[in-house]
Design a protein around this ligand. Structure first.
Ligand code: GLC
Length: 420
């Protein structure tokens, strides 16, 4: 074990609150949905049982509707806004009212693969819960074909330019008074603007005003956009969930049906003018016209094509480290601002999983090596400037530590086995 391996383990242990892991102390003091799934994958490299505990804790806060919320507020923390009172979902423990990218089934499958015997009983318990969550995505969020999100935070790529067109339609001028906390933890220049935040909070206030009735929010809420990122993540996760179900001896035809429907909806996300998959404002039926890392998650779902290959190489070759979250040639690009250009090790890991699955081991290795360089140079930061490697956001980040242990450090064949 190297020093960096030891540091990565220490970060996961240090952020462990007993059954769930904080993304990082200070900035994100609760349990986040997809962060938790990545933390579980990291734990699986040295404490398999703790990995399953993480997923159990996440799924324990599933709503009756099947939704798994994006934040679980286990213990009050005044250092974070918007906290449980602002969301007002009435859940216990308190949670937010939106979901996050459903990477859990994909990562649970990888974790199971790392120790099949120890994992069998654990995954058998999780399986029906994951099925219920995927059913929720299908029934509640795929009514327009691709996955629709009701808040940019649901995408996990919170502030990326993909959402600008939908955000422009949200009137943030009548938001109630509030105090941000994020800008007290990290450099405000890297964080969303006040105008963006007014709109984010307006969307939360709307959700609370309709008691988080998701059908109503989809029908009438201030924001509804099709997200290529979650669409591809869910499509991949449907396949992984079906594989888990088959291995457990279940009938998986329902899951296969969801996957078939979602794949059939992909052409609706292809923007010919852009020459790539694109986010779409479902209120106006207009494309965002922005190429972001969500489009490249197509590789994860076996949905790439030669035009996307060309775009990928153009965007990737325009920077030095990792795949940027937004097109460096677009006017919206900012290499240090939240999801508007920086590279995220955790998204790189998902993309590499996709490259490997589609037989592009050369691309997977290039991405691994660039991500390794970032972490070796600067440590386990939340994200990095893809032009000069400046570390950004929170330090000692759980998911960066996790993907170091599972993928970035070396041996992608071990960590990603079974991925194809
Ligand atoms: C930010 C990120 C989101 C992540 C959360 C906790 O909100 O945009 O993807 O889950 O931080 O790390």
């Amino acid at each position: 074990m190297t020093d960096l391996d030891a540091q990565a383990r220490a970060i996961l242990r240090g952020n462990d609150k007993g059954g769930y892991t904080l993304p990082t102390h200070g900035l994100y003091p609760y349990q986040w949905n997809w962060d938790s799934a990545f933390a579980a994958w990291g734990f699986a490299t040295f404490d398999n049982s703790r990995a399953w505990d993480e997923l159990d804790t996440l799924m324990a806060s599933q709503w009756d509707t099947g939704m798994v919320p994006h934040i679980i507020f286990h213990q009050p923390d005044p250092g974070y806004f918007p906290g449980p009172d602002v969301w007002g979902t009435g859940q216990s423990p308190a949670t937010s009212g939106i979901s996050q990218p459903p990477v859990a089934a994909t990562l649970a499958r990888l974790i199971w693969d790392m120790d099949p015997q120890a994992g069998r009983d654990r995954i058998a318990v999780l399986y029906p819960k994951l099925v219920a969550w995927h059913r929720w995505w299908h029934e509640v969020r795929c009514t327009h074909g691709p996955v629709a999100i009701i808040h940019p935070w649901e995408s996990g790529r919170d502030n990326c330019p993909d959402w600008d067109i939908g955000m422009a339609g949200v009137d943030g001028t009548r938001v109630g008074p509030y105090t941000r906390r994020d800008t007290g933890h990290v450099n405000p220049d890297m964080r969303p603007t006040k105008e963006d935040y007014d709109r984010y909070i307006t969307m939360v206030e709307y959700g609370r005003s309709v008691d988080w009735d998701q059908d109503r929010i989809v029908a009438d809420g201030p924001f509804l956009m099709a997200d290529p990122g979650i669409t591809f993540i869910l499509l991949r996760a449907h396949d992984d969930l079906a594989a888990i179900g088959r291995a457990l001896g279940h009938d998986v035809s329902e899951i296969e049906g969801w996957a078939g429907a979602l794949r059939a909806a992909l052409p609706a996300l292809w923007n010919d003018k852009l020459g790539a998959y694109d986010a779409k404002d479902l209120r106006t039926d207009r494309f965002a016209g922005i190429l972001g890392s969500g489009a490249f998650l197509a590789y994860l779902a076996d949905a790439e094509n030669p035009a996307l290959d060309t775009q990928l190489m153009r965007v990737w070759n325009a920077v030095t480290y990792g795949i940027p979250s937004a097109d460096p040639e677009s006017v919206s690009f900012n290499p240090r601002k939240y999801w508007r250009g920086p590279t995220w090790p955790v998204v790189n890991a998902l993309l590499a999983l996709g490259f490997k699955g589609s037989g592009r081991t050369d691309l997977a290795e290039r991405l691994r090596s660039e991500t390794e360089t970032l972490i070796r140079q600067h440590g386990f930061y939340e994200y990095f400037d893809p032009l000069d490697a400046t570390p950004c956001g929170g330090a000692d980040f759980s998911w960066t530590a996790a993907i170091w242990l599972t993928w970035a450090r070396h041996h992608p064949d071990t960590a990603l086995k079974g991925a194809a």
